[in-house]
Design a protein around this ligand. Structure first.
Ligand code: ADP
Ligand code: MN
Length: 516
């Protein structure tokens, strides 16, 4: 390997003039090459380090699969493979720069301009991280399959006597490999190496071939997405990249479009693809919830997360971008709790930064209607009411959660039952405002069903007691709320004095139960 390959183009002349004259990229001297490559690598390394740090902070986030290409740990410029990859990167960059120059030249000062954007290489290493790049195993082409018959005869050697050359001859093999680069996809630029006496080792060749295939698939997908989807306009480039990666890895088949644009999130529909791991199945249809990274919208939500002890220690240390991710993380955890309790809700598929992929509630790209938009028979209405009552109790008792934004806007009607969604703001009942949030939820639910003609619907105070198991007796709203706040204060005082929360509230004379 070391004696053949790109680096061996001038094996004995040293890195001086021979290299310069043969370098297809025409760099004036070696120092400039190693310098720019080193820059690239250290940038890469910095990104890897940042990733590592982030992964440590978000251990639940599904670990990224590591591609066989360059990673932070095995930076080794003595390897031919490495050099070939780095030169490819350099070439891609120059290619893109040239495109930009051409574009500029053609457009000049014209008001109407043409774009070469679609022809750019956009090398993966220019992107914000190398995590979960293309899943190499899912390629339809087997990158190691036998190539077309070569000119070496069956007997495995040519020539006679001391001029015999076997098929294993490194020089011949290297040249052949270089020539075979022509078989790569036509759009894949292989430089002018073909015209030179360049000898590629099998390993380098195979790696380049793999790379060519995956680039081909990648750019086909990117361009297809670009042309067919307007959805992406709703998200910033970093998010777009995350979404592309999900499609590229095969986890998602296609992202079809936007279901909802809210103040705090944008939700897309996607068809599921294949999971990287055998034990997990990607649902046939997925909803992708992208938490908006424009921070303004989230300012007024501080109170939910700041006082949530599960996130308390982390909150103070985090920058705003990470706080947004925490919302996504919170939604994931809360959905998982609900799933475990058997509450109908979306199933979490994967969380990547501020992007949460879950199962889609609905069918054939049509999301299930919100309870506020659907007209139910009185029988279904009653059924829905009792189901919600049960769900609220399960949520409180089994999941130890209060939805905190429960209303006909966040309940979907699908398959003859109610599904709960939108739980990023959900908190535990012992949150400093947890009971107030619960009371608000109860008010929304009671009012909706009372207006909807369900005679059996409890009023908000009865519902609150039925869900929480508390027994607040006040018969008017003002007193009721005062009692709720008194309970919350009692809990807070307890936290101040004992450094921990009551695990549940109790108002019927039993001693409170504490978390140990
Ligand atoms: P927001 O915080 O913007 O209200 P939601 O989680 O409520 O975010 O999602 C917004 C809308 O997107 C919902 O009202 C619903 O119509 C749709 N939606 C969200 N998640 C799903 C899902 N898993 N399946 C189908 N539709 C969904
Ligand atoms: Mn919502």
């Amino acid at each position: 390997m070391d004696s053949v390959g790109v680096a061996a183009a001038a094996p004995d002349a040293g890195p001086g003039p021979a290299w310069q004259s043969k370098c297809p990229w025409g760099a004036p001297n070696t120092t400039s090459i190693s310098c720019s490559l080193a820059d690239v690598m250290s940038e890469q390394l910095a990104k890897e380090l940042q990733l590592e740090e982030e992964n440590a902070a978000f251990p639940e986030v599904v670990a990224a699969a590591e591609g066989p290409f360059i990673t932070g740990e095995n930076i080794d410029t003595s390897s031919d493979l490495m050099l070939a990859q780095m030169l490819q990167m350099e070439f891609d960059r120059e290619y893109d720069a040239q495109l930009r120059r051409e574009e500029k030249k053609i457009n000049g000062d014209s008001k109407v301009s043409i774009s070469f954007e679609n022809y750019r290489k956009v090398h993966p290493y220019d992107s914000d991280s190398s995590e979960d790049e293309v899943d190499w195993q899912d390629t339809r082409h087997d990158p190691y399959r036998a190539d077309k018959p070569t000119t070496t005869p069956r007997k495995g050697f040519i020539g006679k006597g001391k001029d015999i050359t076997t098929k294993h001859d490194e020089v011949v093999c290297g040249r052949k490999n270089t020539a075979r680069m022509e078989n790569f996809a036509p759009e894949f630029q292989v430089g002018d190496g073909i015209g030179m006496d360049l000898k590629l080792s099998n390993q380098v060749f195979n790696a380049l071939k793999q790379h060519a295939y995956s680039e081909e698939r990648r750019s086909a997908r990117l361009h297809e997405k670009k042309e067919h989807s307007t959805a992406e306009k709703a998200v910033d480039p970093k998010t777009r990249l995350l979404l592309y990666k999900m499609v590229n890895s095969g986890m998602l088949e296609t992202i079809t479009g936007c279901i909802s644009t809210g103040k705090e999130s944008v939700v897309f529909h996607a068809y599921g693809g294949k999971s990287a791991t055998e034990d997990k199945v990607v649902p046939p249809e997925c909803a992708i919830k992208v938490f908006k990274t424009t921070l303004n919208e989230f300012k007024n939500r501080d109170k939910y997360i700041k006082d949530d002890y599960r996130f308390k220690d982390r909150f103070s240390k985090l920058n705003p971008r990470k706080i947004i991710r925490m919302w996504a993380e919170k939604e994931m955890h809360n959905l998982t709790r609900m799933q475990n309790a058997g509450i109908p809700c979306p199933q979490v598929v994967i969380l990547k930064k501020h992007v949460l992929v879950m199962s889609f509630i609905g069918q054939d790209q049509v999301p299930a209607p919100k309870l506020k938009d659907v007209t139910l028979s009185s029988e279904d209405m009653k059924k829905a009411y009792y189901q919600i009552l049960t769900m609220m109790q399960q949520l409180y008792k089994e999941c130890n959660l209060v939805h905190a934004d429960l209303s006909e806007y966040n309940m979907l009607w699908h398959d003859g039952k109610v599904w709960l969604i939108d739980v990023s703001q959900s908190v535990e009942p012992t949150h400093p405002h947890g009971l107030e949030f619960l009371f608000r939820d109860c008010r929304n639910v009671s009012q909706f069903f009372q207006k909807g003609g369900v005679a059996e619907a409890l009023n908000e105070r009865e519902l609150f007691n039925a869900v929480s198991g508390l027994n607040i007796t006040a018969d008017n709203e003002v007193d009721f709320q005062a009692e709720i706040e008194a309970l919350e204060k009692m809990n807070e005082d307890h936290v101040q004095n004992h450094g921990k929360k009551l695990s549940t509230f109790s108002s019927d004379g039993d001693p409170p139960i504490y978390d140990e």
